[in-house]
Each structure stands twice: as C-alpha cells, then as structure tokens.
Design a protein around this ligand. Structure first.
Ligand SMILES: NC(=O)c1ccc[n+]([C@@H]2O[C@H](COP(=O)([O-])OP(=O)(O)OC[C@H]3O[C@@H](n4cnc5c(N)ncnc54)[C@H](O)[C@@H]3O)[C@@H](O)[C@H]2O)c1
Length: 245
C-alpha cells in the first residue's frame, strides 16, 4: 500500500491532493499546523491520519516526518510539500524577520522534510516528491519579494534534489497560476482596489477564470504514479494559460 505524506493538507490544493490520493487507495498522512487537517483525516476515514506540525520552526519539519514514520511503520512513498507564506509590503518596509518568516517555510522546511524522509523514500518501490512552486517563479509583483525569490529558489532545489535522489526517487515542482484559495487573501487586500485587481487578473488569464484546487491536484496525482517514473527535476505549470500570453 502506498503511504503519502501531504504537508499543508488541511486547506486548498493540499486538501484536494489528500482527498485524491486517499480516493485512489493511499494511506494518507495530513500534516498541518491547522487542526482542520484533523477533521479532514477523520472525514476521510480509515487510512487517513493527522500530524500537527509547524513548518516555520527549526524542528517542525523533521519532527513531522518522524511522527509520520511512526504512524506508517517506517514507510513513505510519496511526499508532497505545500505550505508557504505570502506577504506583501513596500520594499522599504521589509525587515529581516519578515524575510526569514517567508524563507523558513517556503524553502527551508521543504528541504528539511526531504532530508528527513530520504531513507524511507529511497527504499520505497515508488519514491515520489512533489514540491509546490508557483508561476511566481517566472513572474514578479511589487511587494512580494520573498515569495517570488523563494518560489524561484524552489526550482533550483528541485533540480539538485532530483539529481541527488536519482534514479530511485523522482522530484518535481508544480507551478500553479491563480488558484482560488484563502492563500491569496493578503495579495488581494494589498491592492488599492481588490475587486478591480481580481477582475483584471481573471481577464488576463486565457481560461478567463482562476483555477480551483482540483485543477492542480490532478497533475500531482499523475506525478505520483508509476507511469511518471521518467519525469524528474521538472516544473509543471498549471495556470489556465496565464504565463503563455
Ligand atoms: N493559491 C494560489 O493561487 C497559488 C498559486 C501558486 C502557487 N501556490 C502554492 O500552492 C501551495 C498551496 O497553496 P494553497 O493555495 O493551497 O494555500 P492554502 O492557504 O489554501 O493552504 C496552505 C496550507 O498550508 C498550511 N500551512 C501554512 N503554513 C504552515 C506552517 N508553517 N506549518 C504547517 N502548515 C502550514 C495551512 O494551514 C494550509 O492548510 C503554496 O505553496 C502556494 O505557494 C498557490
């Protein structure tokens, strides 16, 4: 049986991933700092578990994997990492603490969960890592410096991990465009006219809408199947055409 650890699985894209992987028969361990993940695991029923962990701390990433391994009896076949911090403020207002708050979750934690899960992933017959990046790796917005830097950095991290984990484990990034989840709330409120900004962005997307978490979860389903064994070190963009035009 496949054991999938879904970090940031309590909401949005991670939640859709947890639901999909559970529906296909995986044992799913939802890791989150939000106890909504506990409720999700309860609702999914058998073969679903919850681990409470905060990815912003120095110990949270490793401890979440240790606890997951205790639940699964030492097995992790799929590791998904989705938590991220998105903060917007004028350049002059950024402090060292602000910068570290973003980078500690968006990049540092992603790296250290992979390190902690290495032994289990290497002995898995599947061995899949999916790290969430963003079209923010390719485009920039004023005010969101740490977010864009971290999401670009994620693509470098994916390439080095793909080389290190090869040939037994694949490591890929997924880059969503605008997905309608609570994640972007801080971006919308930063805009002078949030309603107008939303309309302008939606009009600029060839699909003429923001995506839903289920629009992104499908590719993660595929990347974590045996059929995807020849795809590694890549980033897959799911954005309704946003970065194509
Ligand atoms: N929503 C979008 O438009 C969009 C676009 C591009 C990329 N992404 C990326 O997709 C990923 C998921 O985004 P989403 O829209 O599903 O967000 P979301 O806010 O709906 O879900 C994020 C989850 O991560 C958890 N989380 C956040 N910080 C945490 C921490 N320190 N420790 C543990 N858990 C933590 C939250 O509790 C939540 O359950 C992020 O990496 C984000 O950068 C999202």
């Amino acid at each position: 049986m496949t054991t999938s650890v879904v970090i940031g699985g309590a909401s949005g894209i991670g939640r859709a991933v947890a639901e999909n992987l559970h529906a296909r028969g995986d044992v799913v361990i939802v890791v989150d700092r939000d106890d909504a993940g506990k409720e999700l695991a309860k609702n999914l029923g058998s073969n679903a578990h919850f681990v409470h962990a905060d990815m912003s701390t120095s110990t949270g990433p490793r401890e979440s994997i240790t606890e997951s391994l205790e639940i699964s009896g030492g097995e992790i076949d799929v590791l998904y990492f989705g938590p991220a911090v998105l903060e917007s403020r004028r350049l002059a207002e950024w402090t060292l603490e602000d910068w570290d708050r973003s980078l500690s979750v968006n990049l540092r934690a992603a790296f250290f969960v992979c390190q902690a899960a290495e032994t289990a992933l290497r002995k898995s017959p599947l061995g899949r890592i999916v790290l969430m990046s963003s079209t923010g790796a390719f485009r920039g917005h004023a005010g969101m410096h740490a977010y864009h830097a971290s999401k670009s950095g994620m693509l470098g991290l994916v390439r080095s991990l793909a080389d290190e984990f090869a040939p037994s484990v694949t490591v890929n990034a997924v880059c969503p465009g605008w997905i309608d989840t609570p994640f972007n709330d801080s971006f919308w409120t930063f805009q002078e006219d949030p309603k107008r900004a939303r309309e302008q962005i939606e009009a600029s997307i060839p699909a003429r809408r923001q995506g839903q978490p289920s629009d992104v979860a499908g590719i993660i389903n595929f990347l974590t199947t045996p059929e995807a064994s020849y795809i590694t070190g890549q980033s897959v963009t799911v954005d309704g055409g946003y970065t194509a035009v």
